[in-house]
Design a protein around this ligand. Structure first.
Ligand SMILES: CC(C)(COP(=O)(O)OP(=O)(O)OC[C@H]1O[C@@H](n2cnc3c(N)ncnc32)[C@H](O)[C@@H]1OP(=O)(O)O)[C@@H](O)C(=O)NCCC(=O)NCCS
Length: 143
């Protein structure tokens, strides 16, 4: 499968909305659209055969905070999120050398993904998430 990674733009909104229609996980296509106008938020998509099938966003402050990553359920298990995050982290703004994130302690696919990409566990935030209640694992990677 030929996957390319592109900066998120309005052209991808329809495909991202299609992902949102099957995955409703605390993000929205409109929220991503708003992020295009926010200089601190950087969003990227993975495109397969002209279709955006995964996306990720990070917020830049003094480091980069990964806000979310999501692959269309039909496209999971093909290395798409790994490629998307790897390329995204290879093009961080100048001077940004650390990526941090929080992930549900029960989200095994995401934990495995972040471990594979070299993130290290910094600590745990007890009961950080609700609906359902879960701890947050805080992870960090130095680029
Ligand atoms: C987590 C998620 C982004 C992974 O996307 P993906 O494109 O399927 O991931 P990849 O195919 O690139 O997998 C890369 C690595 O992640 C891990 N992984 C991915 N899916 C996994 C699963 N179901 N079980 C265990 N490990 C998994 C593996 O280590 C895998 O490497 P491997 O194939 O060499 O074993 C996807 O499952 C998803 O969108 N989940 C819902 C949203 C979410 O939970 N996002 C993270 C929190 S914001």
């Amino acid at each position: 499968m030929n996957i390319t990674v592109e900066k998120f733009s309005a052209n991808h909104l329809e495909h991202i909305a299609a992902i949102h229609s099957v995955v409703n996980d605390g993000w929205s296509a409109q929220g991503l659209a708003d992020d295009i106008k926010n200089d601190s938020t950087h969003s990227f998509v993975a495109v397969a055969d002209g279709r955006a099938v995964a996306f990720c966003s990070y917020l830049v402050t003094f480091d980069a905070e990964l806000i979310f990553v999501c692959t269309h359920p039909d496209m999971r298990g093909h290395g798409i999120a790994a490629k998307l995050l790897t390329e995204t982290m290879n093009s961080l703004p100048e001077g940004i050398t650390t990526v941090v994130l929080e992930v549900r302690s029960k989200n095994e696919p995401a934990l495995a993904l972040y471990n594979k990409l070299g993130f290290e566990k910094l600590g745990l935030r007890k009961n950080f998430y609700s609906n359902p209640q879960d701890d947050a694992v805080v992870m960090e990677k130095t680029i």
